[in-house]
Design a protein around this ligand. Structure first.
Ligand code: ZN
Length: 319
């Protein structure tokens, strides 16, 4: 087997990010536990392939064990909306950034949760068994040299560390939320603005959001999965992609970034290309007519020529 170089160009990172689930050469769909190989052809072209196709790799960057990503990425042209008060809209234009809220500051206390408090023992048992197995059967067929007592003690310590890390993760994970829908939503106007008479909605797409945030692969963008904690628990790597089924109407796509640096109390301002982000702006159906002109004027003064539309919910009915 070739030696791994761990060299990742931006092109290789993108290839892996967008095509994580299948071999780029034979289209084989990976299943949990398969090996997936990243690297380059002799002409430098990046490749991401199955074991059978590694003959085409001149350089092996890394051979990893495949595991499905814990979230789905919407197609590039999926329409995303963000409903907000005028002041928040102004802040986006003024700061040229999107606000990513720290998870523990979000309204839903179940953000980042592994279940309800009743699941504590279930999780502890599950983790304890996993860590014990890992200690008993080291990779590569090596023999375990620890006593049964040492394995138990070590596994219990690791459970405790994992529990602490799960709580801390809510303080270093930051989220920016969007609503995925091909059309405007009456419910979202009421849900995401404190006063719908001065609310606006930004319309964008998955692809625009990704580009507006600088094609930064440290910012993950994907769909939230809605689960019933009574029937299922999220995997550890899926807690920030999972919400309770009672939030299903949100049809949320979120951008997530982890920042282990100096903790920001409320959240992070992530630089954003406004013209790339905003496909158009919609004015709330209950806003007075002068409000549309105000939004237009303010955007223009800040240097943005934006497409601004009245809410389609304001159309005049024919009886
Ligand atoms: Zn292949």
């Amino acid at each position: 087997m070739k030696t791994m170089t761990y060299r990742y160009t931006d092109e290789l990172k993108k290839l892996r990010y967008f095509h994580w689930d299948s071999c780029r050469l034979c289209n084989y769909n990976f299943i949990q536990g398969d090996a997936c190989n990243s690297g380059y052809r002799s002409n430098g072209e990046p490749l991401y392939v199955c074991d059978n196709c590694t003959i085409h790799l001149t350089e092996l960057a890394a051979r990893e064990t495949y595991s499905p990503r814990p979230y789905e990425i919407p197609t590039g042209h999926s329409t995303l909306w963000r409903y907000m008060d005028f002041t928040k809209f102004l802040s986006i234009l003024d700061t040229q950034s999107l606000f990513f809220s720290r998870v523990d500051k979000l309204a839903d206390p179940f953000e980042g949760a592994r279940g309800t408090i009743d699941h504590r023992q279930t999780w502890d048992n599950h983790l304890f068994t996993s860590y014990k197995q890992a200690a008993l059967y080291p990779p590569g067929g090596h023999q375990c040299t620890l006593t049964a007592e040492q394995i138990d003690t070590q596994s219990r310590q690791q459970v405790s560390i994992t529990n602490t890390n799960c709580e801390k993760a809510r303080q270093v994970t930051y989220i920016n939320c969007w609503h995925e829908n091909h059309s405007e939503s009456e419910a979202m106007w009421n849900l995401y603005s404190t006063d719908t008479t001065n609310a606006i909605a930004i319309k964008t797409t998955q692809d625009r959001l990704y580009k507006a945030l600088g094609e930064n692969l440290n910012i993950l963008i994907g769909r939230v999965k809605y689960i019933d904690f009574n029937a299922n628990l999220p995997a550890l790597n899926a807690v920030f992609w999972s919400k309770r089924v009672s939030f299903e109407h949100e049809r949320e796509v979120r951008a997530i970034v982890t920042n282990f640096g100096a903790q920001q109390f409320e959240g992070l301002q992530m630089p954003c290309n406004i013209l790339e982000l905003i496909e158009s702006v919609y004015i709330s159906p209950t806003a007075p007519s002068w409000f549309t002109q105000l939004v237009q004027n303010v955007a223009t003064r800040l240097g943005y020529q934006l497409k601004i539309f009245q809410s389609q919910l304001k159309a005049t009915p024919l009886y």
